[in-house]
Design a protein around this ligand. Structure first.
Ligand SMILES: Cc1cc2nc3c(=O)[nH]c(=O)nc-3n(C[C@H](O)[C@H](O)[C@H](O)COP(=O)(O)OP(=O)(O)OC[C@H]3O[C@@H](n4cnc5c(N)ncnc54)[C@H](O)[C@@H]3O)c2cc1C
Length: 377
């Protein structure tokens, strides 16, 4: 299926990721979810298997490939049943693109190379307690003092923030608005940096999410990416691929919830017959399958356009909203089909229901996507 998008190379890679998920993740995922953290060694294992750095240049330890290889990876990792895991492992993929696209050779060697080797952890620090969707309004300040910036402020909801070594941090070096924003690479060993809170969440439990504090952090001037005032640009260039990744996750979660529901409906009996024997259940499953199929087809189409170099700002926002809406409905129905068991921790659909809720909030909320769609013709 989908031969227009996936080749034999994708299929081989898919089998490799699936094997990894079966061996290295599935046997432990319940424990990691309960402990609210996956082991740090997993970063290295992923890097050693060539999963880290897909689409990054080979000279920095990456694997040049197309978007569909990335989609293949995401789809298979969602098979682990934990969206938090893939998001935690993937925090580098929102933190490192500005380093790759705007950084100097020295910055790439210092930050990108160890991250792609799985030796260091990277996080992206944009959101603040008082500025989420309104990125241009961030307040964390970086004031130049000789060959350092003195950074003061706070970030919140930072994926992998509790144990990141490098934080690609949005700071204000200039006046108000988006033109005053810069991106600064901050090493978590810098005095004055601290994790002020590990945030406990509804889902994405095994992925750590942090509130960060910067108090008179002295950061070398050479850690700025692309110069002062380039931060907003750096944040924006990343958004389309991040949104496509979240869209892919939403579709893959919905597909997994559907598969679980079909299996359950065929085995669970009520009133002397399997649930799938009731027309109302079959029709519910058909509606779920239809929604998943349409969302998947559109997501692949948008990815193909992106891969061809077309501007898909509008389409990717539409795809994200559509896929998240489909996912919300499908996981809701999946829990319903499972009855009381759908509400129990032992059943996968319970976690899929919780883990998917953030997809329409992170990377730009549904409302912000609509604003973008209404403005881009
Ligand atoms: C688990 C998790 C992981 C995250 N990871 C990261 C990370 O790694 N790095 C990072 O920087 N951030 C991260 N975030 C933050 C995330 O990007 C923000 O939560 C998101 O952008 C929304 O910002 P906010 O929470 O401040 O909500 P707000 O911006 O305050 O929005 C609240 C509500 O108001 C609506 N709203 C806001 N503005 C408008 C408008 N103009 N028109 C209509 N409606 C509007 C929103 O759509 C939303 O419904 C993460 C969040 C979570 C929960």
């Amino acid at each position: 299926m989908y031969q227009e998008y996936f080749t034999e190379d994708h299929n081989i890679f898919r089998a490799t990721v699936r094997k990894f998920v079966e061996k290295e993740i599935k046997p432990h995922i319940e424990e990691w979810e309960d402990e609210e953290l996956f082991p740090v060694e997993l970063y290295k294992k992923c890097a050693d298997n060539g999963f880290t750095g897909l689409r990054y240049p080979v000279e920095y330890g990456g694997t040049p490939c197309d978007l569909f290889m990335h989609i293949t990876y995401t789809e298979e990792m969602i098979g682990s049943g934990s969206v938090g895991l893939i998001s935690g492992l993937g925090s580098y993929d929102i933190a490192m693109p500005p380093v790759l696209k705007m950084g100097t050779e020295e910055q790439k060697q210092k930050f990108l190379v160890p991250v792609l080797k799985g030796e260091k952890i990277a996080a992206l620090g944009i959101t603040e307690p008082n500025a989420g969707s309104d990125v241009a309004n961030i307040r964390t300040r970086a004031v130049r003092d000789g060959d350092h910036y003195i950074v003061n402020g706070a970030k919140t909801f930072i994926t992998s923030g509790c144990r990141a070594n490098f934080i690609t941090t949005a700071v204000r070096t200039g006046g108000p608005g988006h033109k005053g924003i810069s991106l600064l690479m901050i090493d978590s060993s810098t005095p004055g940096f601290s994790v002020s809170k590990k945030i406990r969440k509804m889902g994405w439990c095994c992925s750590d999410t942090a509130e960060l504090s910067f108090e008179d952090c002295r950061v070398p001037v050479e850690n700025i990416l692309g110069g002062e005032g380039m931060g907003f640009y750096g944040i924006m260039i990343n958004f389309q691929t991040e949104r496509l990744a979240l869209t892919t996750m939403a579709v893959a979660v919905a597909e997994l919830a559907l598969a679980e529901s079909i299996k359950y409906a065929q085995t669970r009996e009520a009133f002397g017959k399997p649930l799938s024997g009731f027309q109302v259940t079959r029709h519910k499953l058909v509606d779920m399958a239809t929604k998943v199929q349409v969302a998947k087809e559109y997501t692949y189409r948008v990815a193909a356009k992106m891969e061809a170099g077309q501007d898909v700002t509008r389409e990717v926002s539409m795809a994200k909203n559509f896929a998240c809406e489909v996912c919300d409905k499908v996981v809701y129905d999946a829990v319903q089909i499972h009855g009381g068991y759908g509400y129990a921790r032992e059943y996968l659909v319970e976690r899929l229901y919780r883990d998917s809720r953030i997809l329409s909030i992170g990377g730009g909320t549904t409302e912000i996507m609509k604003e973008i769609i209404s403005k881009v013709s």
